[in-house]
Design a protein around this ligand. Structure first.
Ligand SMILES: *Cc1c(COP(=O)(O)O)cnc(C)c1O
Length: 225
């Protein structure tokens, strides 16, 4: 496992994939998901030049953000309402806003505007968090009441399948939904971004418009899994 080599490979792939579909590679942000690795790997990633990182557990998030505070940190994964208070003011981007009780708690605890991605369960898998595509629009409209929440984009996790068409379809649906929200021109929900694609499917996600790919295993490995 060599983080720098992985970073170079993935960066090259981002550039090539963007070229194939006529996108600007600068639109695609690579986020290193460090939930399965030790600090050594985080430091290798920093050395390699990676600037965006993600953790999924509030406590690990707070520790790492504190340790490597000059990097941009993304909180991914579901967040329990009672944990909001411990973490929310350290969050640069939150990728898993999926319910009103959570929005309400963020509003109560946040001392700044919080940049959020609304999580959508496009595939409809029961095991996954997120709103259905149908619920997402009304949910986003309802967020107008919360002054601390800014909807910068939508996030999804694709199903664990290998079928490319299923994955592509999932990413495409999220993009269409993003376009719909963007078209509403809500001042608190510019909804420009698409957080989608992980180690196994980021290439397809980029082809379908991903602006933030969340890559763990293929970039920094998974020592602690
Ligand atoms: C763990 C995780 C990832 C990264 O997964 P890999 O398959 O290791 O790249 C991305 N997004 C979320 C929400 C995760 O929990």
């Amino acid at each position: 496992m060599n983080v720098r080599e992985n970073f170079e490979t993935i960066t090259r792939e981002i550039v090539e994939t963007c070229k194939q579909v006529g996108r600007n590679p600068e639109e695609v942000k690579l986020i290193a998901v460090t939930k399965y690795v030790t600090d050594t790997r985080v430091e290798e990633a920093i050395e390699a030049g990676i600037a965006d990182f993600a953790e999924n557990r509030p406590q690990n998030y707070v520790e790492r953000k504190g340790k490597y505070s000059d990097k941009t940190w993304h909180l991914i994964g579901s967040l329990q309402t009672r944990k909001v208070r411990d973490v929310i003011n350290e969050v640069d981007y939150f990728h898993a806003l999926d319910r009103d009780s959570l929005a309400k708690e963020i509003e109560k605890r946040a001392e700044k505007e919080i940049k959020c991605f609304v999580q959508v369960n496009v595939s409809g898998e029961e095991s996954k968090h997120g709103l259905t595509s149908e619920e997402a629009i009304d949910f986003i409209k309802s967020l107008e009441q919360y002054s601390k929440i800014k909807v910068v984009g939508l996030m999804t996790m694709a199903p664990f399948v290998e079928d490319e068409e299923i994955l592509r379809n999932c990413f495409r649906k999220l993009r269409e939904l993003r376009d719909e929200v963007k078209g509403l021109n809500l001042p608190y929900a510019p909804c420009e971004f698409l957080s989608m694609g992980m180690s196994n499917d980021y290439k397809i996600a980029i082809e379908e418009g991903a602006t933030h790919i969340r890559v763990g295993t293929a970039l920094v490995g998974c020592e602690l899994k």
